[in-house]
Write a new protein. Structure first.
Length: 158
């Protein structure tokens, strides 16, 4: 990663930390601002959103704050699609070409790549950050690291 990119990702992490610490806004607004930050600052992040564990349902995610086109996938059972797999396994998934995934839930024909990282509070899966890209093979190890760092930063909000 170039020095410029390193500085950019460092700044994103710092800005996200400031949003998390801002006591004037609630969790939903904080997550929304972080989605907007990532969508604005990372060129290949075309859809950025959080899915939250629905405590009133049995092993199901519910769509939370997001930035991008509307999606039909407002509820996702654990194990279904890339998001559901991340919820089931509590692991980050990076998919460089969604057309090659049997378990992919198509949100848009434009989506070519996806990264989904879990948010864990005290080791327990509570939410996930889902990012779609319209560019195949666009998710780098640096993107993965950034997304996982953001998930660690937002964990105390849950």
């Amino acid at each position: 990663m170039s020095n410029t990119a390193v500085q950019k990702f460092k700044k994103i992490r710092e800005q996200a930390a400031e949003v998390v610490k801002d006591s004037r806004i609630d969790r939903s607004d904080k997550l929304q601002q972080i989605c907007q930050l990532l969508a604005d600052e990372v060129e290949v992040f075309d859809w950025v959103g959080f899915y939250l564990v629905d405590s009133d349902a049995d092993r199901e995610l519910v769509l939370g704050p997001y930035v991008g086109e509307a999606t039909d996938h407002t509820r996702i059972p654990f194990g279904k699609g890339i998001c559901g797999q991340a919820a089931e396994t509590n692991e980050t998934f990076v998919v460089q070409d969604v057309s090659k995934e049997d378990n992919y839930l198509a949100c848009s024909i434009e989506v070519k790549a996806e990264i989904v990282a879990p948010v864990k509070k005290d080791g327990e899966f509570v939410a996930e950050l889902d990012i779609d890209s319209h560019t195949r093979d666009s998710m780098t190890d640096d993107h993965r690291e950034l997304v996982e760092d953001i998930c660690e930063q937002v964990a105390p909000l849950f």
